[in-house]
Design a protein around this ligand. Structure first.
Ligand SMILES: [Cu+2]
Length: 172
């Protein structure tokens, strides 16, 4: 019986494949105003081809970002000005990481891996909204752009997102 349920679930997943997050970020929720350590989970390659580069955009509202280096991959960041300066323990930050690029590795289509970074969600963000981290996945010459931020369940290439939760200590 349990086997049968599992098989049915697997079939459902197969049928609704395009609506699932193919590159996701975990954990799926984060408290505003606190440090968030997120991992982009790359679940497969681009139409069978191995992933060779992962580029994530850091939108305004996620501050003081630091990527985690990854064995076998080169790490690069692109920095830029913040629209709203960020107060980090009394120090005003006016610029920071806007993009992280892990490149030069090779993640076969049949395997998955995680690309980790951390930062802080600004206090101006709205509780209950989704915060999107658009990702460009490159597989050699092929690129899949996971940049759809509409929240549409039918989106073919949804951007990974985190649900923003109330700041710690302010339970609703
Ligand atoms: Cu997928």
């Amino acid at each position: 019986m349990l086997n049968r349920i599992l098989i049915s679930a697997a079939m459902l997943v197969g049928l609704t494949g395009p609506t699932l997050a193919h590159i996701g970020v975990t954990p799926r929720g984060a408290a505003i105003g606190t440090t968030y350590r997120g991992s982009l989970v790359v679940g497969h390659g681009c139409a069978g081809a191995a992933t060779t580069q992962v580029r994530v955009q850091i939108p305004e509202g996620f501050y003081n970002v630091r990527p985690m280096p990854k064995a076998g991959w080169q790490l690069e960041t692109v920095t830029g000005k913040y629209a709203t300066p960020f107060d980090s323990h009394g120090t005003t930050l006016t610029e920071g990481v806007k993009e992280i690029v892990w490149s030069g590795g090779e993640l076969p289509d049949g395997q998955f891996d995680e690309f980790t970074f951390r930062g802080t969600f600004g206090a101006q963000l709205e509780v209950g909204t989704q915060f999107y981290f658009p990702v460009l996945q490159q597989c050699g010459d092929v690129e899949d752009a996971w940049i759809d931020t509409t929240g549409d369940a039918e989106a073919e290439f949804p951007a990974p997102s985190v649900e923003l939760q109330p700041a710690a200590g302010h339970h609703q």
